[in-house]
Design a protein around this ligand. Structure first.
Ligand SMILES: NC(=O)c1ccc[n+]([C@@H]2O[C@H](COP(=O)([O-])OP(=O)(O)OC[C@H]3O[C@@H](n4cnc5c(N)ncnc54)[C@H](O)[C@@H]3O)[C@@H](O)[C@H]2O)c1
Length: 324
């Protein structure tokens, strides 16, 4: 299949491109490099630099490359930033998704896989979360992703585009060549690895949650498993459509992640207790039965695998992609 990957120079997108290419698909990356890295785009993959809201350039790119499908990852994805700049998030994440849908329709690319998020659920009433549970995002980031899912549903009901929305939980890990290099970084695994390496303190936000060890519990899913889910979603379209949780079905506490970082690196972490952050639910764990049954996808890697792979990548790229 010929596939356009928006945001393919980003963390998860670069791993998806590598695995799509390895499986024999032809890939074109469309990214404005505002948060991604040209160095993360695999050799042999064309990079078109453009804004995801530019429907004309998207259509031209799709038409020139004769793309049959789109993986739409390009987005702004920082919760705190979305609270400070909701209009910017609406523009990139909602208008951008509308532009991608319009361009795909005009260029005859009939399949689309969309990166959604666990943030569409807000603070869920039960765990693990089922796709039929209430959708009640608690921040602009989650709202913009839910709006993107709604746009896809409308296009689906008009019969113009077959689509799947994948609601990722906490992505982590690396694939040997591609890893996590955000600036600023907000994700626990790279932050903890960096703190272990540099001998700096890592903050634990809240130790009095109603969880077994008092710290927040999240579902950490290896980026290579996420990539494989995208491939499964692309290859099962248009027969299988809708929204799917992508997580392991298993939760790990912040303390458990930090313990894993210590055991993988052999270094000890200096842990600093900080107050709870507003809007952090105690537990977010994905029910993944639907993805298993309908997409035939099953996560195969553990948190320990992810931490070990992220550590190898960080040791090889101490300055991230900047150092080449
Ligand atoms: N990382 C996670 O844990 C996680 C969890 C849930 C959902 N997601 C979703 O997965 C996707 C990828 O996340 P990531 O962690 O790889 O983020 P990332 O920031 O590494 O990648 C996003 C890419 O989109 C590009 N981009 C941003 N705005 C753009 C624009 N206006 N035009 C064109 N390109 C633009 C960036 O340059 C970057 O390469 C996002 O849609 C995010 O919402 C991520």
């Amino acid at each position: 299949m010929r596939v356009l990957v928006t945001g393919g120079a980003g963390y998860i997108g670069s791993v998806i491109c590598a695995r799509l290419t390895a499986r024999g698909h032809d890939v074109v990356v469309y990214d404005d490099l505002s948060r991604g890295h040209a160095e993360a785009v695999a050799a042999g993959v064309t990079l078109v630099r453009g804004d995801v809201r530019d429907a004309d350039l998207l259509r031209e790119t799709l038409t020139d490359a004769r793309c049959e499908a789109v993986v739409h990852m390009a987005a702004l994805a920082e919760v705190a930033e979305s609270v400070a700049e909701p209009e910017r998030y609406r523009s990139v994440n909602v208008d951008g998704t509308a532009a991608v849908i319009a361009a795909a329709g005009a260029a005859g690319a009939a399949r689309l896989v969309f990166s959604s998020t666990a943030a569409v659920y807000g603070a869920p009433g039960r765990t693990p979360i089922d796709e039929r549970d209430p959708l009640a995002p608690e921040n602009p980031y989650g709202e913009t992703k839910l709006a993107g899912e709604r746009l896809l549903e409308q296009a689906r009901s008009r019969g113009v585009l077959a689509s799947t929305a994948l609601r990722f939980f906490n992505a982590c890990g690396a694939d040997g060549v591609h890893g996590e290099d955000h600036d600023p970084e907000s994700h626990l695994v790279p932050l903890a690895l960096r703190a272990a390496r540099d001998g700096t303190a890592i903050r634990v936000f809240g130790t009095d949650y109603p969880t077994p060890d008092g710290t927040c519990v999240r579902d950490y899913v290896h980026v290579a498993d996420l990539a494989d889910a995208h491939i499964a979603a692309l290859e099962t379209l248009p027969g299988v459509q809708g929204s799917f949780n992508l997580g392991t079905g298993h939760g790990d506490s912040v303390r458990a992640v930090l313990d894993t970082v210590e055991s993988v690196t052999g270094l000890s972490l200096s842990r600093e207790t900080a107050p709870r952050r507003a809007g952090d639910p105690p537990v977010l764990v994905a029910g993944n039965r639907r993805a298993q049954l309908e997409l035939g996808w099953r996560p195969r890697r553990s948190l320990k695998d992810a931490v070990a792979d992220a550590w190898v990548w960080m040791c090889r790229h101490p300055e991230g992609y900047a150092a080449g």
